[in-house]
Design a protein. Structure first.
Length: 221
């Protein structure tokens, strides 16, 4: 288990998609990673009038804390992923998809309306469900029974699928204009974006946990 390295050339879009807590840290610094996501952290910080070194320190600390907070034994880690992430993603998407449909239906003519957001959320639900079922039925039982070292191929596939998942998160960020609420947003719209922030943060943390903790340990077992 290691910290996620943050190279100077890493774009803020990639940071937001792969590092737990990065999205909130960047938003707090006034850095959007939707349309300007191809900027490096240094470039984006300077543009926003923020201290790049301080931001980098916060991002690294977020990575360390994310890794340290998880169960250290394999059975506990697998159970944590199943309950904290798999079950939670399913429950929250079941709520967010109809809420997105309602906001699009009622506010579709608004200049800041999140058009095609429900479509993107359905794509995320289907992507995650396919991925999680493979883990639950094949990969996790193999790891639990000590066969993780023989699962290099499936683990590689899981990692490739993670890239597809973060691509859908970027699509959601785009159609919601960086999750920016208009001043006249109703309660449903506000609740939708609050839920999307949590969902996005959870998915990034889920992917990070598997790629930096679970998968390396399983392959080494």
């Amino acid at each position: 288990m290691t910290d996620t390295p943050i190279a100077p050339e890493t774009t803020i879009r990639d940071l937001a998609a792969t590092l737990p807590g990065a999205a909130a840290i960047l938003r707090d610094a006034g850095i959007g990673f939707c349309c300007g996501g191809d900027l490096s952290l240094q470039q984006a910080a300077e543009k926003a009038g923020a201290d790049p070194s301080a931001l980098l320190a916060r991002l690294r600390d977020s990575s360390r804390r994310a890794n340290a907070a998880e169960p250290q034994d394999i059975p506990g880690l697998l159970e944590h992923i199943l309950t904290r992430y798999h079950a939670t993603h399913r429950e929250e998407l079941d709520t967010l998809i109809p809420l997105a449909e309602r906001v699009e239906r009622v506010h579709g003519s608004h200049a800041d309306a999140p058009l095609r957001l429900a479509e993107a959320l359905v794509a995320l639900r289907d992507d995650l469900e396919s991925h999680m079922v493979k883990e639950e039925r094949v990969l996790f039982p193999a790891i639990l029974h000590g066969a993780g070292a023989k699962m290099a191929g499936p683990i590689r596939v899981m990692t490739e699928e993670h890239a597809d998942t973060t691509g859908i998160l970027a699509r959601i960020e785009h159609v919601t204009h960086g999750l920016r609420l208009p001043e006249d947003a109703c309660g449903s719209w506000s609740a939708l974006y609050a839920g999307l922030r949590k969902l996005g943060d959870d998915v990034v943390a889920h992917v990070h946990l598997e790629e930096t903790n679970l998968f390396p340990r399983a392959l080494a077992s």
